[in-house]
Design a protein around this ligand. Structure first.
Ligand SMILES: NC(=O)c1ccc[n+]([C@@H]2O[C@H](COP(=O)([O-])OP(=O)(O)OC[C@H]3O[C@@H](n4cnc5c(N)ncnc54)[C@H](O)[C@@H]3O)[C@@H](O)[C@H]2O)c1
Length: 325
C-alpha cells in the first residue's frame, strides 16, 4: 500500500505547501506527493474518522481552494480580466506578479494592489512584452529565483481587432497571432519552466475565448470580421490540450478558459461605439446579459488550486450559455 501511495497515480500535494526555498529535499517530496493523513478529505476523511476517534471532523472544501504560500504570474494583469483573476488568486492566498506591456501600471492596478496589500497579500507589477519570448522567460525566471517557486500561471494578455477576412492585412493578422497565440505560448513556457525547475505540480491557465470554438454573431455591428482573433483563440485551446499531454508526466496541469462576452476595455471599444451592440450581444446567451469580469473569480481559483487536481487538457467555457444554443 505504501508503495502504491508513492506511485505517480497518487501524486498530490498537501493543501498548504511550505515555500520551497525553505524546504529540504524530504519536505519538497511531501509537498508534491500524496496528501498527509491529516489532510484527508471527503469520504476518505469520514471513513478514517470512524476508525480513528482522534480525527476531528472538519469542513475542508474551501481550504482545497487555498493558494496560501503559492506564487502566481498573470499576463495582461494590468487591467480587465487579467487583473480581476490576479486579485482572485491573491485573495485565495497567493503572491501574484502581474505582467503587462506598459512601463508602469495605471490606477486600476494600483487600487487593486493597495487593496490586496491591506489583506496582507503581495501583488507586484512587472513590465513585459509577451511577444518577446526571452523577455518573458527571463522575467518569470527572476520571479522563480526570488520566490523559490512558481505554482500558477494565467496567460491573459490579448488584443482584438478586425477587418473583413478577404481584406485582412498580413501584418495585422500577424500582430493578433503574435500576442494572442505566441505570447500565450511564451508565458506558459516561462511558468512551466519554473514549475519544472522547482518540481512543482503547478497549474497553467490559458485564456482563450468562446470565439475559439464558435464564430459569434454581430461581433462588429453585424459583420464577422474577427478571423484573426478567432483563429488565435482556437490555437490557444489546442495549445492547452497539447501542453497538458506533454506536461502531465511532470504533474503540471494546463487548461484553457474560454469566456463569453464580458464588458472590459477590450469589448468597450466596440460596445461604446456601435449603438445597440450591447443589447444584441446580451440576447445571444440564455441569461440575456453580458458577463462581469468578477464572474471569472471562482473558476480561476478552482483551476489554480488543489480543488481541480484531476483537471487538465480541458477547455472551460464560461459564457452565460452562449455556446449552448
Ligand atoms: N472581454 C471579453 O469579453 C473576453 C472574452 C473572451 C476572452 N477574452 C480574453 O481575455 C483576455 C483579457 O481581455 P480583457 O477583456 O481583459 O482585455 P483588456 O484589453 O482589458 O486586457 C488585455 C491586457 O493585455 C495586455 N497586453 C496586450 N498586449 C500585450 C503584450 N504584448 N504584452 C503584455 N501584455 C499585453 C494589455 O495591455 C491589457 O492590459 C484576452 O486574452 C481576451 O482575448 C476577453
Amino acid at each position: 500500500m505504501a508503495a502504491l501511495l508513492r506511485s505517480p497515480i497518487f501524486r498530490y500535494r498537501s493543501i498548504v505547501p511550505k515555500p520551497l526555498s525553505r524546504c529540504n529535499t524530504a519536505s519538497r517530496f511531501f509537498a508534491t506527493t500524496i496528501r498527509a493523513q491529516s489532510n484527508l478529505i471527503g469520504v476518505a476523511a469520514a471513513l478514517k474518522a470512524q476508525s480513528d476517534p482522534s480525527l476531528k471532523p472538519k469542513a475542508t472544501l474551501f481550504s482545497e481552494f487555498s493558494l496560501d504560500g503559492r506564487v502566481a504570474v498573470v499576463s495582461g494583469g494590468k487591467q480587465g480580466l487579467g487583473l480581476e483573476m490576479a486579485m482572485a488568486l491573491s485573495e485565495a492566498g497567493a503572491t501574484v506578479y502581474c505582467m503587462d506591456l506598459q512601463a508602469t501600471p495605471g490606477a486600476e492596478f494600483n487600487a487593486t494592489r493597495d487593496y490586496v496589500r491591506k489583506l496582507g497579500r503581495k501583488m507586484e507589477y512587472v513590465s513585459v512584452d509577451v511577444t518577446k519570448q526571452k523577455e518573458v522567460w527571463d522575467a518569470v525566471e527572476s520571479i522563480g529565483t526570488q520566490e523559490g517557486r512558481v505554482d500558477a500561471c494565467i496567460a491573459a494578455a490579448g488584443i482584438l481587432n478586425g477587418s473583413h477576412c478577404l481584406e485582412y492585412k498580413d501584418v495585422d493578422f500577424q500582430k493578433v497571432m503574435d500576442v494572442n497565440t505566441n505570447g500565450v505560448l511564451y508565458t506558459a513556457q516561462a511558468a512551466g519552466r519554473q514549475m519544472d525547475r522547482y518540481k512543482i505540480p503547478g497549474s497553467i491557465i490559458l485564456i482563450a475565448s468562446m470565439s475559439g470554438s464558435l464564430t459569434n454573431r454581430n461581433q462588429h455591428g453585424g459583420a464577422h470580421p474577427w478571423v484573426a482573433y478567432n483563429t488565435s483563440k482556437s490555437a490557444v485551446i489546442q495549445m492547452a490540450r497539447s501542453m497538458a499531454c506533454e506536461l502531465g508526466p511532470k504533474g503540471i496541469r494546463v487548461n484553457s478558459l474560454s469566456p463569453g462576452h464580458i464588458y472590459t476595455a477590450m469589448t468597450a471599444a466596440y460596445l461604446e461605439t456601435v449603438p445597440g451592440l450591447g443589447d444584441e450581444w446580451a440576447k445571444l446567451n440564455p441569461l440575456g446579459r453580458l458577463g462581469r469580469s468578477d464572474e471569472l473569480r471562482g473558476v480561476v481559483s478552482w483551476l489554480a488550486s488543489d480543488a481541480s487536481t484531476f483537471c487538465t487538457g480541458s477547455d472551460i467555457l464560461v459564457t452565460g450559455g452562449h455556446h449552448a444554443w
